[in-house]
Ligand binder design. Structure first.
Ligand code: GAP
Length: 444
């Protein structure tokens, strides 16, 4: 890592703690490594990302339905899916400094930390197992799901029967997944407990390539829609040696994460999983999971196009992309230029002086039920603006001494620093318009 990169990540991690986005889990006990808790602003940002994904992938599409499965799963699911056999990382240890690395993360046969010799690769199982019920033996072993998609395949017949969806159609799920990663690092990029957003699109085998291209395109549109700069996003085709055991082809959607060795790190995979999973569960369960076309009276095991992204990684990309330091009127400021749809707080009401708190609070009360807003009276107005800039709040509403007479307030926009003075009675409508459509000159 170069100094700049370490610096940027350090600054972001520190801002995330300072402003209540992300905290290290169990911090007062020394911290649980690679485990993270989302604070008041973090949970709002995460929810905004999740809602945006659900809206884009499910609510607005007639051909995709959602589900939410249990996290603790039947062991046979992972036997049939191939995870028990294949879900391992080959690891090597340095015999000198004892550091441990994933084999596919190192070049050459000496330790990247100290140059020492490495052991032969050994496999480490990635699934978390636990015991269900009172007995603690093999018969009670169950697994925390390492991906959210398998319960989708397992429920394929239930969902077809319940919804009468016709091919092609998709099933989406988002939620926690667990992997005992050996090299969990880089803040929320790679952790052991994380959240996935996955959609499995079932189609006729001969249409799989068409849908693969369609979904890759759609997924890029979603990332652009989050406000991530297009120059920081790309797609990359997996070569054969990278393909997972279930995939016939796969593209990664990548972001310019500053710590990534070649400058790009994975946000999401879009893969053609063929009929691998449904066939595996047909074989594993002995149940018929084929699709029955009533009109032609034919049975097919559909192909599956998968879109599989991480919520934490998307959040990290959004935060890195939004972070900037700049000088304004001779003063340094740190800004999180989050898209207004993602910003956890949409507006802050700031009385210019403590003496105006009561009047400003009346204004605040009129908009509080309508948007996520905050009220801040502590410190100089300049300090409060800086706090809101760092938190990513797009609009600040200032109540000053003139407001007492002219019944107007000033709205300040975070990025351009432009201001407009408007009657208090129009504030709620104006803010709604600004949140929906942006500052008037945006995009000109
Ligand atoms: N169902 C396919 C699947 O799970 P994956 O590439 O292993 O594919 C998909 O994971 C996405 O889940 C990744 O692109 C990444 O965004 C996220 N992800 C995977 N492992 C993760 C981890 N340890 N920490 C955070 N996110 C992770």
């Amino acid at each position: 890592m170069t100094a700049d990169i370490t610096d940027l990540m350090k600054k972001l991690v520190s801002l995330c703690k300072r402003r209540g986005y992300v905290f290290q889990s169990g911090e007062i006990y020394g911290g649980l490594q690679s485990s993270w808790d989302y604070g008041p602003l973090g949970i709002e940002l995460k929810k905004n990302i999740e809602n945006s994904w659900w809206n884009f992938m499910v609510t607005t599409r007639p051909d995709v339905v959602g589900m939410d499965s249990a996290i603790i799963t039947h062991p046979d699911v992972w036997k049939a899916s191939g995870h028990l056999k294949n879900f391992h990382d080959p690891m090597v240890d340095c015999m000198k400094c004892k550091s441990r690395f994933r084999l596919d993360h190192i070049k050459g046969d000496t330790c990247p930390e100290c140059g020492g010799p490495l052991t032969e690769p050994r496999d480490f199982g990635l699934m978390f197992k636990t015991q269900m019920g009172a007995l603690e033996d093999d018969s009670s072993t169950v697994y925390l799901r390492p991906e959210t998609c398998q319960p989708i395949f397992v429920n394929f017949r239930n969902i077809v029967n319940a919804t009468r969806q016709k091919l092609p159609f998709g099933i989406a799920q988002m939620g926690k997944a667990f992997r005992n990663e050996i090299t969990a690092r880089n803040f929320i990029f790679r952790s052991r407990e994380f959240e996935q957003m996955e959609m499995e699109f079932f189609c006729l085998p001969e249409e799989a390539e068409k849908w693969f291209e369609f979904w890759l395109d759609e997924r890029m549109k979603w990332y652009y829609g989050l406000g991530i700069k297009s120059r920081n996003l790309r797609t990359r085709r997996h070569d054969d040696s990278e393909l997972a055991h279930y995939a016939s082809s796969c593209f990664d959607i990548e972001y310019t994460f500053p710590f990534a060795t070649d400058g790009w790190g994975e946000l999401e995979g879009v893969a053609n999983r063929t009929d691998y999973d449904l066939k595996a569960h047909i074989e594993g369960s002995g149940q018929d999971l084929s699709y029955h076309d009533q009109i032609s009276n034919t049975k097919t095991v559909p192909y599956v196009i998968e879109s599989s992204g991480g919520i934490g990684r998307t959040m990290l990309a959004v935060l890195l992309d939004a972070y900037r330091e700049e000088e304004v009127e001779g003063r340094e400021r740190v800004v999180l230029g989050l898209h207004r749809n993602l910003a956890p707080i949409k507006a802050a009401v700031l009385p210019l002086s403590k003496k105006l708190s009561e009047n400003a609070m009346e204004v605040f009360d009129t908009i509080r039920p309508l948007f996520p807003v905050t009220f801040d009276v502590t410190g100089s107005i300049g300090k409060r603006y800086r706090r809101m800039d760092e938190a990513g709040t797009p609009f600040c509403v200032t109540y000053d001494f003139d407001s007492l007479d002219d019944k107007k307030v000033t709205i300040r926009e975070r990025d351009s620093l432009e201001q407009m003075r408007i009657p208090i009675e129009t504030l709620a409508d104006k803010l709604k318009d600004l949140i929906d459509n942006g500052w008037p000159e945006e995009g000109i």
